[in-house]
Design a protein around this ligand. Sequence first.
Ligand code: ARG
Length: 257
Amino acid sequence: MRLAALLMTMLMALAGTATADDTAVGRVVDDRVVGGERVSIAEHPWVVYLADSGGYQFCGGTLVAPTKVVTAAHCAAGRTPRNTRVVVGREDKNSDQGRVVRVTDIWVHSDYLTADQGADVAVLTLRDAMAERPLPLAGPQDESLYAPGTPGRVLGWGRTSEQGAVSRYLLGATVPVMADADCADVYLQYDPAEMTCAGYPEGGVDTCQGDSGGPLVAGGKLIGITSWGEGCARRNRPGIYTRVLAYADAIEAQLVA
Ligand code: ARG
């Protein structure tokens, strides 16, 4: 079991270097988020990206309070406030729209080890309060948003195909929430208590590298945090998201801190 999990992790690491078979995957779908389309930041004012001090975008995030951004632990672990920036209100990475905000504190869930072991959640504290509308977190009343078939919206500036480049513009796509049993069939590390998964059986639409930490939204709430998957948009390989409802209390505790 331990060995199997290790092999799986190695396989996923290798997924970045595709074989001839894999190249069929990033495929014919149009070249956005993987199967998505451009969306406006004005309609999604709470979606942000994380950049290093050189301005290089490496992950996504969600503004959940004026000074608080939820992201993935694997985006934040090992970083310092000094070398981390949050870019708010900028749809086009090559523009100077919106603002680049400094970070004063980084909290990473204490149970976090690697993304596929769960607890892939972190909260960044911003130096300044943002005027943008925050996105509410899924709470105890929102269990129904995880029902299979619920349309989830994913957003980000990540790769537009498994082997492709990251996107210059904010992209969005719709992926249905899948049944836990189906996700557990696909990935032995899938833990329904900590994760949710979304995608189409035939693939084609998915988040990808660079989208991590960004939102999975349903019913106007943050229900997931882009976390991991085997390759991107592959047939029968859904994307895995941190189950926000499972961490709502832990996140809330950070919002008052
Ligand atoms: N781990 C990736 C990142 O750091 C996100 C992967 C999501 N993959 C997927 N197939 N949905 O950006």
